[in-house]
Ligand binder design. Structure first.
Ligand code: BEZ
Ligand code: FE
Length: 289
């Protein structure tokens, strides 16, 4: 006899179809997906038009993705899913710098020498970043790789240029010195809205949310034998610190961008006008695997 599937037996039937999954992990993930999806449908009781609108939303999210736009990462970020995955994967010991989302604008950056300027002619107030990398036990780590990226003073990343990317700017790869230190020049970024002209922007509008992230600089730090660190440093006093659209802010990651007028920077550069300094000291947890 053909089973008559209805609200009372459809979930069990789909779960029952998963017994030959290729691995325990595949079975576990598939079962959880079915249980939660069916629970979601039972909770919201969508009309068929609403369900098709949801499918259309996901279809358009995929269609919006390109070399310069990753709408699915934006969706994951704005629903707090990226920060939840981040939290689960980085349960770190005390002394380790807190992590936050990678975001959609990372790409392996050009390499620079210690002290170089990575702004590559971006407009904005000069920013001198001076920092260090150490283990949680305080041992300074020489030769650690430090990738840094940020938007320009208008709030755009180089990857977002509509004309395509001729040159990367506002991003660089540095290596720590024998004492674990690094320093570089760039320009100060700004707070910015995430791209809101696609399905994620529509979702934020429907949910009554703004699209802004507080001003920040991104860092990715790698050292042998240590847990990779992906984080940002956020500007103290920024208007959006309490309502970051991707839920990425942590108190321990807020720093003062110290303002200066003229004078001489610590590396001897003679300064004219307003410029800023940011300290970026990181603690890395030991690798677990
Ligand atoms: C970013 O900070 O680059 C970012 C993070 C999540 C979504 C959009 C942008
Ligand atoms: Fe960013």
């Amino acid at each position: 006899m053909v089973p008559d599937y209805d609200e009372s037996n459809i979930t069990a039937a789909v779960l029952g179809s998963l017994t030959n999954a290729k691995s325990e992990r595949a079975r576990h993930i598939s079962e959880a997906m079915v249980r939660h999806l069916h629970a979601f449908i039972r909770e919201i009781e969508p009309t068929e038009a609403e369900w098709m609108a949801g499918i259309d939303f996901l279809t358009r999210t995929g269609q919006m993705c390109s070399q310069s736009r990753q709408e699915f990462i934006l969706l994951s970020d704005t629903l707090g899913a990226s920060m939840l995955v981040d939290a689960i994967n980085h349960r770190l010991p005390s002394g380790a710098t807190a992590t936050t989302v990678l975001g959609p604008f990372y790409t392996p950056p050009p390499e620079f020498g210690d002290g170089d300027d990575m702004s590559n002619e971006l407009e904005g107030a000069p920013l001198f970043i001076e920092g260090s990398v150490a283990s949680v036990s305080g041992e300074r780590l020489a030769g650690a790789l430090v990738d840094i990226w940020h938007c320009d003073s208008e709030g755009f990343y180089d990857l977002q240029q509509p004309t395509g990317i001729d040159v990367l700017s506002g991003r660089g790869r540095f290596r720590t010195q024998a004492d674990g230190s690094f320093h570089l020049w760039t320009v100060r970024p700004t707070a910015y809205p995430i791209p809101a002209d696609g399905p994620v922007g529509e979702m934020l509008a429907v949910q009554g949310r703004h699209p802004f992230r507080p001003e920040h600089v991104h860092f990715r730090v790698e050292a042998p034998g240590h847990h990779e660190l992906v984080t940002h440093l956020f500007a103290r006093g920024d208007d959006w610190l309490l309502s970051d659209v991707v839920f990425g802010v942590k108190d321990a990651l807020i720093r003062s961008f110290e303002q200066h007028e003229g004078g001489i920077a610590r590396d001897g550069r003679v300064m004219d006008g307003t410029w800023f300094t940011l300290r970026a000291d990181f603690g890395l947890a030991p690798a677990t695997k």
